[in-house]
Design a protein around this ligand. Structure first.
Ligand code: PGA
Length: 254
């Protein structure tokens, strides 16, 4: 896994967006899997500005939502699909039939998840992920099998509690639907985004502890084209030499 350290949130955001614009220039029909959450908000803001200025186009791209919360009202603004639409999809002009979402209210969740898996088809060109405080990827909590498909999952207590930030009510979701580790780990390229001091400890665990399903994000150390983007606070416990915060290092799987 390639580890990139940036000395400010702004540098972190600009670098991610610059690479993202490059990927879309090289392959305008890029197939992506994208998260909601606090981590990518500024990145989506800058990509939206870029699209408005004509610096990048999502018109031929395909986007799959990474996951979706269950047990909420269909119009709950904290649902992943609504957040993604509001922050990126509706602004950058992804065509409506090229934005795939998971529907937790579907009467047959197994069939719906199987259809999602079929729609993913040969796989993602690019997966963008935040990191859960317990190392989860999407809603693939610790212990998820590496070959897990899109499916219904129960959320761990820490995930439930930290989701409170996304909602204006106390009816926190206890389950959800998620793209499985198989499709995430099988993507052509994976970007793991971490910013802020709350992520410093899990970032250290991802890089320094054993690779394994107990920490799903650590599995990306075995991926041939995975990138971990760290701002100064998220990288504080793993930075190399002081004074050289903007650096690329490589963390090989043992
Ligand atoms: P966050 O969530 O981006 O809101 O910190 C990441 C996650 O829990 O996967």
């Amino acid at each position: 896994m390639n580890v990139l350290h940036f000395d400010s949130e702004m540098a972190w955001t600009h670098a991610i967006c610059s690479l993202w614009r490059d990927r879309l220039h090289l392959k305008p029909d890029l197939t992506m899997c994208l998260p909601s959450g606090a981590t990518p908000v500024d990145v989506y803001g800058e990509m939206s500005r870029s699209a408005r200025q004509g610096l990048v186009s999502f018109k031929r791209a395909t986007v799959f939502a990474l996951d979706e919360f269950g047990g909420l009202a269909p119009d709950d603004p904290g649902r992943t699909s609504h957040t993604l639409r509001r922050q990126l999809i509706d602004i950058v002009g992804v065509s409506p039939d090229a934005f795939h979402v998971l529907d937790p209210d579907h009467p047959d969740l197994s069939a719906h998840c199987a259809e999602y898996e079929t729609a993913i088809g040969s796989g993602f060109d690019l997966v963008v992920l935040g990191i859960g405080l317990n190392g989860h990827l999407g809603m693939n909590e610790p212990g998820s099998p590496i070959d897990s498909p899109t499916r219904r999952v129960d959320l761990h207590e820490s995930t439930i509690q930290s989701s409170a930030r996304y909602f204006t009510h106390q009816n926190l979701p206890r389950w959800g639907l998620t793209v499985g580790l198989k499709a995430l780990l099988g993507a052509g390229e994976v970007w793991l985004l971490a910013k802020g001091s709350a992520k410093a400890e899990i970032v250290r665990e991802i890089l320094k502890r054993e690779v394994g399903t107990a920490n799903p994000a650590s599995l990306l150390r075995r991926h041939p084209n995975a990138w971990l983007f760290l701002d100064a606070a998220a990288g504080a416990l793993v930075s190399g030499q002081a004074g050289l915060p903007a650096a690329i290092t490589r963390s090989a799987a043992p």
